[in-house]
Ligand binder design. Structure first.
Ligand code: TRP
Length: 361
């Protein structure tokens, strides 16, 4: 079995540490295990436009930001094709044909889209393109015959929708498409990293994110201002772990080695948690530890970003080459799809051949 990996992000802003533990870290791991035949990471600008039609500038501004985020976390352009969605025109064509295989009521049941509609306050004015983006996402995945899709938990409904489209297509036409599987983090804290303010999710508009591109000073300031446990007022007070963002971040980031290196009073996170719950551990202490743990990850990311930022033409070239390659692969799948659907009229004079065949009968 060939392993083909595909994933992507909407370029609506800089990527943050929630993206990192939710999906980026998995991608780099998969890339470095090298157990695949081809790997793609897509900047989903067309999808981003489905709810930003009036703000194309924002999307454009973030293309290079996201590309830099990818390269700085260690996505290796020698191993992975990074490409821009809207440049791969076969994707739009596939989307159109797949929409015949999906019902409106099926789309209405998609919990992620439902939630996004609520958050964006669309009410009765949902853009059709936004409503149908799960179909376009199925095109993204199937165009490359990806079988593995490393994503955040919120993307599971899209993968399920894609699998249904693949099954319908293969049943009705021919066995052309591949059913994908999602890969999500196995650590609960990584599934949905809360904001620094303790709210459920990191979100740019709330201003509770730690960005991969934040400077050391900014990271420190954000960590020191983090939400912890409002009942933990004096150091001696018993502390709570549940809903305490600092501990959720530690769950997502820290290793036993970090304790040896920065906090040798404790062997591991379980010990620290117990001590905190018993009282006697100040919030400053755990924040300082978290800052050190985060910096261990963020420092090399920052260093790599600097290198690429100083050579932005190379980044441009990486995107161009990745996109050229992606276009070829997607075009090939589109041809197979059209053939299966019998709309490949000018391939090998099919339309003519069909005419003569019927005449013979
Ligand atoms: N929906 C994804 C996000 O919001 C982006 C995306 C578009 C994607 N197409 C994809 C992810 C295909 C994985 C596979 O971040």
């Amino acid at each position: 079995m060939k392993n083909i990996i595909l994933t992507g992000d909407r370029p609506t802003g800089k990527l943050h540490i929630g993206h990192f533990v939710g999906s980026l870290r998995n991608r780099v791991r998969i890339q470095n295990e090298e157990n695949y035949d081809d790997m793609f990471v897509m900047i989903a600008d067309a999808q981003a436009l489905t709810d930003n039609a009036d703000n194309p500038q924002k999307i454009k501004d973030n293309i290079l930001n996201v590309a830099l985020d990818y390269l700085s976390v260690g996505i290796d352009p020698k191993k992975v094709h990074i490409f821009i969605q809207s440049e791969v025109n076969s994707l739009t064509e596939l989307t159109f044909y797949y929409s015949n295989l999906v019902t409106v009521s099926r789309l209405q049941r998609n919990p992620t889209v439902k939630n996004e509609i609520k958050i964006r306050g669309f009410n009765d004015s949902i853009p059709v393109g936004f409503f149908t983006y799960p179909i376009s996402q199925a095109a993204d995945i199937t165009a490359f015959k990806a079988n593995i899709v490393p994503v955040g938990e919120d993307q599971l409904p899209m993968i399920e929708q894609t699998r249904e489209i693949v099954r319908s297509f293969n049943r009705i036409y021919d066995n052309v498409l591949v059913e994908p599987e999602a890969v999500i983090p196995d650590n609960e804290a990584c599934l949905r990293l809360p904001g620094t303010d303790g709210s459920r999710k990191m979100s740019k508009s709330v201003g509770n994110c730690i960005y991969l591109s934040d400077s050391k000073e900014v990271v420190k300031e954000k960590v020191m201002g983090m939400y912890t446990d409002p009942l933990h007022i004096k150091v001696e007070d018993k502390g709570h772990i549940e809903g305490n963002s600092v501990f959720t971040y530690l769950d997502a980031f820290c290793t036993d080695e970090d304790f040896q290196q920065f906090y040798s009073e404790f062997k591991n996170l379980d010990e620290l948690k117990k001590a905190y719950q018993n009282g006697g551990i100040g919030d400053m202490k755990i924040k300082k530890f978290l800052y050190q743990v985060l910096e261990k990850t963020l420092e090399p990311i920052r260093e790599r970003r600097k290198i690429y930022e100083n050579d932005i033409e190379r980044v441009y070239q990486i995107l161009k080459e990745g996109t050229d390659y992606a276009k070829k692969v997607a075009e090939k799948t589109l041809m197979e799809v059209k053939q299966a659907m019998q709309i490949d009229y000018f391939q090998e004079d099919n339309l003519l051949k069909q005419f003569y065949k019927q005449k013979e009968k």
